[in-house]
Design a protein around this ligand. Sequence first.
Ligand code: H2U
Ligand code: ZN
Length: 343
Amino acid sequence: MQNIPHRRYNPLRGQWVLVSPHRTQRPWQGEVSPAQTTAPIVYDPGCYLCPGNARAGGHQNPRYEGIFVFDNDFAALLPEAPVPNAAPQHPLHRAEPERGLCRVVCFHPNHSLTLAQMETADIARVVQAWTEQYVELGALDWIQHVQIFENRGAMMGASNPHPHGQIWATEHIPDEPLAEGSMQSAYLRAHGRCLLCDTVQLELQQSERIICANEEFVALVPFWAVWPFEALVLSRRHCGALPAMDATQQSALAEILQRLTRRYDNLFATSFPYTMGLHAAPTDGQPHPEWHFHAHFYPPLLRSATVRKYMVGFEMLANPQRDITPEQAAARLREAGEARRTF
Ligand code: H2U
Ligand code: ZN
């Protein structure tokens, strides 16, 4: 399989990915971008996320010292959705109101840090804030899903380098977690076991796709990864969401996030861009024994700090495709090491 074109099945999503390993036999250019040498700034007077600064709409940030959470001033969803036009709809043009709440989470007051550069204890405070938000927003009877995520780097559309993430809590379960939930549910029904518990066990046995691990979490390149350096962070113990984790698990999550993002930074000697998101049980009041907490990392880079993968052509129209195998990607991330870099 390491040298012939083949396709792999993603049992979490019910989708295929084409793998074309023979195409990676061309020589590796090893291009890296030199690390920036100018001293990073701690405070940017023009940054709308730095402590004490003004935001849009006349709001002012407090002089926060740890985490700062606020309602997104340009929220994509609002808690009160207007009643739609009462005119009958054509069944081919189905629309319905969607209510939601959008928040921004500043991870640290220091403008130039990233998760990879933050101390483990600081990241543990971020995990704590995510947990509180999941509990608070999930407790609202009209919120069924709490999506916690981070867009990191301009290449991934982050509007600001200040360390921050977003939370969108919605009235319906969105498509990705809905599909993952029904795949996990079907697996549990068919096998009497959890899909991702079985994945953790299989991957630890085979070890070739493991990037790094601690007592509670495993970071790996999934067998079915689409993006070249995609990663999945899985809890070793079965648990559906952040509030079900004890303090040991929460600080182990902080530690694995730090170690994985440091490896990413080392891979191409650049502050590595990605979209990262937590997937957890819906907050619809149902038990959800099928749900196994995990984090997805979707980084766009392919070969260097500047050469990215494009999801175009066959990938948009037919199936995603990759050249470098998940096994090769995991090996590269293992070699990258966990030194802390500054840029
Ligand atoms: P991103 O970098 O992932 O876009 O997150 C930043 C968010 O901050 C973005 O959703 C919000 C934007 O709407 N924002 C405010 O809420 N207030 C501001 O003054 C500027 C940006
Ligand atoms: Zn800032």
